[in-house]
Design a protein around this ligand. Structure first.
Ligand code: GDP
Ligand code: MG
Length: 452
């Protein structure tokens, strides 16, 4: 444990109730003693001591001081933590003092990097620490916590077992084949089971991407039906320009709507009008059609004061197969005949009467969005997968498919199948960080926060 002692704030910069400063390395206790007093001659590890924060021996704040002894600490080294009042000047004073006493400012993720180096966690768990901090939704955070507790690590450990068994079986098969007639090998089942397990993990990756981005919900409809008004009403503020003049929203605007811990990306697009409008508007319409195509779900807005029109039916056609909610807006001045005609034109689908202007029945929309959130898999069951892991998992999946194919279709090609399985095992090692190249590790930890 002769590594340099590092120091960093673990709380974000700025003012707050409390700021936490962390030290890790062999000189943690010595530096802690210079920072905080009084401390007993023999500090009990992991006990919190109420101290005064010292600057050159003079008290400048109160603090709580905790000492951890290797290996029972986050990094696996001796560590110290000082909680002081969250004032940036005091934090800077304490950091400067620690540096004067020989601590070096920690690099991003360096505490976790040391934990990884000291075998406290594999690379998958280390990444989960960062991904948990960075999660964009409650569900995403819950999934990352699963990985922090070793869910992905365990899945890969099981996969490694399967692959080792397969490798051994293939090798025996090769030896056997040298003096015996070849027989079709029935043992490819393990590879296929492993591939299925990987597919399930990769499905979690898609889920996580959807969570990070948030489902994109586009408000689709003809010009002037009240799309921007609905957008604003849902976001509870005036974000989008509304106007009685058709074609006002030429570009599209996207805002985040937080509901039940999930971030929905709500899009207010230009109105769809098959004919008319100037060039900029025509471009806006083209973009709207593209947005409708890409969206995860749509709110199709109709005008309750007008009978359905060809453009309404055309937009509806483009929403085929997509989760959608049909809304007849301007309920406050609805025309009974128009509403009947709308219901007849969209027979088989529920049409909700709403008023964006008055806020009537917007619960129909929030209920629909909540339903979308519920359709996502259970975060407690899905495995979180980040981009680095996804690339390796996909390569691993391809290796398994190749190995399984060779075993099935070319019983004589044991050597080739074995090479694929060995390749797969190398990828498992890269995932867990066991065989990771140093530059890969540096890239992983560089994306961490300072002090983590
Ligand atoms: N009476 C009534 N007017 C509305 C309602 N919602 C929107 N409008 C009006 O309809 C016009 C067009 O609204 P806007 O949101 O700009 O429509 P967009 O072109 O679809 O974005 C504006 O004059 C709005 O004030 C509503 O619920 N009731
Ligand atoms: Mg608009």
């Amino acid at each position: 444990m002769d590594e340099e002692t590092i120091v960093a704030p673990a709380t974000p910069p700025g003012r707050g109730g409390v700021a936490l400063i962390r030290l890790s390395g062999g000189r943690s206790e010595e530096i802690l003693r210079a920072l905080a007093a009084p401390l007993p001659a023999r500090i009990v590890p992991r006990r919190s001591y109420h101290c005064r924060l010292l600057d050159a021996g003079r008290a400048i704040d109160e603090c709580l001081a905790v000492l951890f002894r290797a290996p029972r600490s986050y990094s696996g080294e001796d560590m110290a933590e000082v909680s002081l009042h969250g004032n940036p000047f005091l934090v800077e004073e304490a950091l400067a003092l620690a540096r004067r006493l020989g601590a070096r400012a920690a690099l991003p993720g360096e505490f976790t990097y040391r934990a990884f180096r000291n075998g406290k966690m594999d690379l998958l768990r280390a990444e989960a620490v960062n991904d948990l901090v960075r999660a964009h939704s409650r569900a995403g955070a819950v999934m990352e916590f699963g990985n922090l507790e070793g869910r992905l690590s365990r899945a890969l450990a099981a996969l490694r077992e399967t692959l080792l068994r397969e490798a051994a079986e293939i090798e025996t098969g090769i030896e056997f084949a040298e003096d015996q007639a070849l027989e079709p090998d029935p043992g490819a089942g393990g590879l296929e089971r492993a591939a299925a397990a990987l597919d399930a993990i990769l499905a979690g990756a898609r889920f996580q991407e959807a969570l990070d981005r948030g489902p994109r919900v586009v408000i689709a409809g003809r010009v002037n039906v009240g799309k921007s008004s609905l957008f604003n009403a849902l976001l509870l503020r005036e974000r989008s320009i509304t106007s009685a003049h058709p074609g006002t929203t030429r570009d599209y605007i996207e805002e985040t709507l937080l509901l039940d811990g999930l971030a929905f990306r709500l899009v207010d697009a230009a109105g769809i009008r098959a004919d008319g409008g100037d060039d900029a508007e025509a471009q806006g319409v083209r973009r709207s059609l593209a947005l409708i195509g890409e969206a995860d779900a749509a709110l199709l807005l109709l005008d309750a004061a007008q009978p359905p029109q060809a453009d309404d039916l055309e937009i509806r056609r483009r929403l085929e197969g997509k989760p959608r909610l049909l809304l007849a807006n301007k309920a406050d001045r609805a025309d009974a005949g128009a509403v009947r005609a709308i219901r007849a034109a969209f027979a088989g689908e529920e049409v909700h009467l709403v008023s964006a202007r008055r806020g009537d029945n917007l619960e129909a929309v929030t209920a629909f969005l909540r339903g979308l959130g519920r359709d996502l898999p259970d975060p407690a069951a899905a495995v979180a997968v980040n981009l680095r892991q996804k690339g390796l998992l996909e390569a691993l999946r391809a290796r398994l498919a190749a190995a399984a194919r060779l075993r099935r279709e070319a019983p004589g090609a044991g050597e080739l199948a074995a090479e694929e399985v060995r390749g797969a095992l190398r990828l498992v090692g890269e995932l867990s960080g066991e065989t990771g190249a140093e530059d890969v590790l540096q890239r992983v930890f560089a994306s961490f926060c300072i002090g983590k």
